[in-house]
Design a protein around this ligand. Sequence first.
Ligand code: CUA
Length: 390
Amino acid sequence: MHLRTDALRKLRRWLPMLVLLAAACSPDHYPQTALRPISDFARIGDDIQTQTFYWALGVFVLVEGALLYAIFRFRGKPGDPEPRQVHGNTTIEIIWTVIPALILAAIAVPTVRGIFETSAIPAGDALKVEVVGHQWWWEFRYPDLGITTANEVHIPVGQTVSFRMRTADVVHSFWPPRFAGKRDVFPNRETRIWFKAEQAGEYPGQCAEFCGIQHGRMAFRVRAQTPDEFQSWVAHMQTLGAKPAAAAVAPPADSVRTATAGAVVPAEPVQGKQGAAPRATGKDSSATGTPPAPPPDPAYAAGEKLFQAKGCIGCHSLNAVNAPKGMIGPNLANVGARSYIGAGSFKNTDETLARWIQNPQAMKKGVLMPNLGVTPEEAKSLVAFLRAHQ
Ligand code: CUA
């Protein structure tokens, strides 16, 4: 009796903590969960996991139950005679070999089926998205729609999306946990993954293969949208192209690779008078982009100049349409509208963006964007310029 009340008292003391602990495990606190699937692909894996869990639970209850029963039912008492000595029992040994084999076979059937289903190439009207992993950000290109973006992949709900993936440098792994499992991306070898989103919203994704010092901050966002929202996003992105005059002298897309890893990009002074048209020297002009209606903001104009003068343009394209391939830095065509900067690392506020522009190395040590000696005033202008790129 005394023991029972003692145990009860202990339970009462720990119960609130256990409840709190269980609440802390709620997926709402950890959105990067594979346990709440919202795509057909993710459900395949989740179903297999659930089935395997129940098999394991059954085995656990049976084995532990038999163990506890034996412990209490056949407990020796002082003065008991020597128990009967047993050396093997063929029948029992066959039973406890065959049963696990059958359970494993039962688990293997959905597992193997799942492997084939998730490795299949989707047929029909799948939306094609090319994924390029970079240290440490993600590039997303929509070849049939002619647009490029970075770190936030927009997808329509209810349509299968077929991702074809590779990397510009080391091995990464593409992992949008609510939608699909992990898939490594390799240099010189294409891997694929597909899924059909079931619900709109913004969900986290993460690089899942160690790829250098900022592997942990190589995240991305999946923005699942209703078909209408997605279509209007595409239509809007398709307006974010090069200025026609500049496009005419633009070099072949692949040639715009400047600045090596960690290099300081030399600042290029803007030549010509204030208010003169941007220089059409090829390399720069193709990447300036045209947001629909540049606001008549002096900070915007100053930021536009700084974007060239500080060399930002050497690594970042502002074109969603006909974006050059092989750029070192993420495409910024719609950076103003993104939720996060630094590849899913920091909320995209004017404050973080200004801090990032001035000192990216302090926020994401080792990131390939060098500190470019931007003053707080200049950062304000650059933020105004980038914020307008929605
Ligand atoms: Cu890319 Cu880890």
